[in-house]
Write a new protein. Structure first.
Length: 531
């Protein structure tokens, strides 16, 4: 029996030794720092993780009060008391101080140790390093704070934007009222059409002149030709009759001239149509602006009538002077000496220039009044240009200008007013002679095309400055370079020539380079049905 008891005791001792070794090994490899503390708070044992966490050796830390390795000793002391009283505390955040006095954030948990009779023999204190967790928390808090600041900033910006939007809205409303007031008080009609071709706005003057009503706002206009007021004829009331208008010259689709019968008076308006875009280049619609030309037309008509009357009154005495001087120069009144002939010749030439100016002025007034008479018939073109060439031979010889003629073998017949076309060729050739230097070259070229005839006059004279070219066919216009030359000229010849060619259904063009000469060329249809 004794032998069996000894065997049991030996096995029990062996089991106890194995259990102690297991506990030691478990404690050694346990990643959680664990400290054994007696009832008065003295550390009696520590595992490897506890030593690693605090950087204290076992001999340095065993025997120390548990409070000594914490920053807030009072707080840890209270936690230890609470453990002894309640049996445990869990997950309290504390700051552990290492041997090097480095602060390590830890999570503090503790539970009592009891013997077999339930007497408290101490505590186990477990510490969990939460450095990375705290870093993450701090980063998260920083992000939350940053996001909060951003949200606060966005909130402030939004509030500022709302404030600016309100102010902008008020400004837009104010500008809209100003614009509306300006449009309402304009003395000329204005019509605004939106992007859907509906009437969006018209001012009181448009209402008065065209007879519009408020109910016309929103009415759609035929889009076939939104540049023409003809599309508004269904809206314009009968007492505001539209007379036949005309395109401006040169024709621009956005401009038209319109005569409106209003209160027994014919009003003439130039209507300019412009497309309206916003700042982002989005199409908003069109605006029709009326300019009252009635007074201007009346003044122009009076001016034209005055010029016509004055020219007629001047032509008779100038013709009388011409024939008187001609008779004296021809010797019909007796012999004159050389000096007398020279003076009379200068007087005769000056009188001729005056007669040409008067004739040009008469032609211009007739063109403007639509009274320039034309007599169209089929005429051999040779008869026209030969007469002009013969008339300028003396001028060509005086300046020793080389004159070339290029023409087809068989000259075509052209449906034209030969007198008016002769005037055109004369103007072009006389200009070429006038602005070509001594010993220069002039070429007259005539080409028969399929349905047209092309006439070209080319010189190597002074040319036309680029800045003056767009005004070349205007009345009384002369280039700056020829004004300095002090050559005589009315500035009416090209205006007349342009109108004559257009009346024939033709076209006139030019090419020029200052200092290198000019080339004028025009086309005429050969037959009537080509007009």
């Amino acid at each position: 029996m004794r032998k069996e008891e000894n065997f049991l005791i030996e096995n029990l001792q062996e089991d106890l030794e194995n259990l102690e070794r297991y506990i030691e090994e478990y404690s050694l490899f346990l990643p959680l720092a664990v400290y054994s503390v007696n009832p008065v708070g003295i550390i009696v044992d520590v595992n490897q993780a506890g030593k690693d966490l605090s950087n204290y050796k076992e001999t340095e830390i065993v025997g120390q009060n548990i409070e000594t390795i914490f920053k807030n000793k009072k707080k840890v002391k209270n936690a230890f008391k609470q453990t002894l009283k309640k049996g445990n505390v869990k997950n309290k955040e504390e700051i552990l101080l290492t041997k090097q006095n480095k602060e390590v954030p830890v999570r503090f948990s503790a539970s009592v140790r009891q013997d077999q009779k339930s007497n408290i023999i101490g505590c186990f204190v477990a510490l969990n390093d939460i450095t990375e967790i705290k870093k993450f928390q701090n980063k998260l808090e920083d992000k939350v704070k940053q996001r909060t600041r951003e949200l606060e900033k966005t909130k402030n910006e939004l509030a500022e934007t709302l404030k600016e939007t309100k102010e902008t809205k008020e400004k837009v409303e104010e500008e809209k009222n100003k614009t509306s007031a300006i449009i309402s008080n304009l003395v000329n009609p204005i019509i605004i059409i939106d992007s859907e071709n509906k009437i969006n706005l018209f001012n009181p003057k448009a209402k008065e002149v065209l007879g519009f009503k408020k109910s016309d706002i929103g009415k759609k206009i035929d889009k076939k030709d939104n540049y023409s007021l003809e599309n508004f004829k269904d809206l314009i009331k009968k007492e505001h009759k539209i007379k036949k208008g005309k395109n401006m010259d040169p024709p621009i689709p956005e401009e038209e001239e319109l005569n409106i019968e209003h209160q027994g008076e014919t009003l003439t308006y130039k209507i300019v149509t412009t497309k309206v875009y916003d700042k982002k280049n989005k199409y908003l619609g069109t605006m029709k602006t009326f300019s009252d030309l009635t007074r201007e037309k009346r003044i122009n008509r009076l001016k034209t009538e005055f010029v016509s009357i004055a020219a007629h009154q001047l032509r008779t005495p100038l013709s009388a002077i011409k024939w008187a001087l001609k008779m004296i120069l021809d010797g019909d009144t007796g012999t004159i000496n050389k000096d007398q002939r020279e003076i009379l010749t200068k007087g005769f030439e000056s009188n001729e220039r005056m007669i040409k100016l008067v004739n040009d002025m008469l032609n211009v007034s007739r063109i403007e009044e639509g009274r320039l008479q034309y007599s169209f018939e089929k005429t051999n073109f040779k008869e026209v240009y030969e007469t002009v060439v013969n008339n300028i031979k003396n001028k060509l010889e005086k300046k020793n200008i080389k004159f070339n003629i290029k023409k087809p073998q068989k000259m075509p017949s052209v449906y034209m007013d030969d007198e008016k076309i002769r005037l055109v060729i004369q103007n072009l050739l006389e200009n070429a002679v006038k602005y070509t230097p001594v010993n220069g070259t002039i070429t007259l070229e005539i080409k028969k095309l399929k349905r047209k005839i092309k006439v070209r006059v080319k010189d190597n004279g002074v040319g036309i400055p680029k800045k003056d070219q767009e005004k070349l066919f205007s009345k009384f216009f002369r280039g700056e370079n020829v004004k300095k030359m002090q050559t005589s000229g009315t500035g009416l010849g090209l205006f007349i020539a342009n109108n004559i060619i257009k009346k024939h259904g033709g076209e006139i063009h030019f090419k020029s380079q200052e200092g290198r000469g000019t080339e004028f060329y025009f086309y005429l249809p050969l037959n009537k049905n080509n007009n």
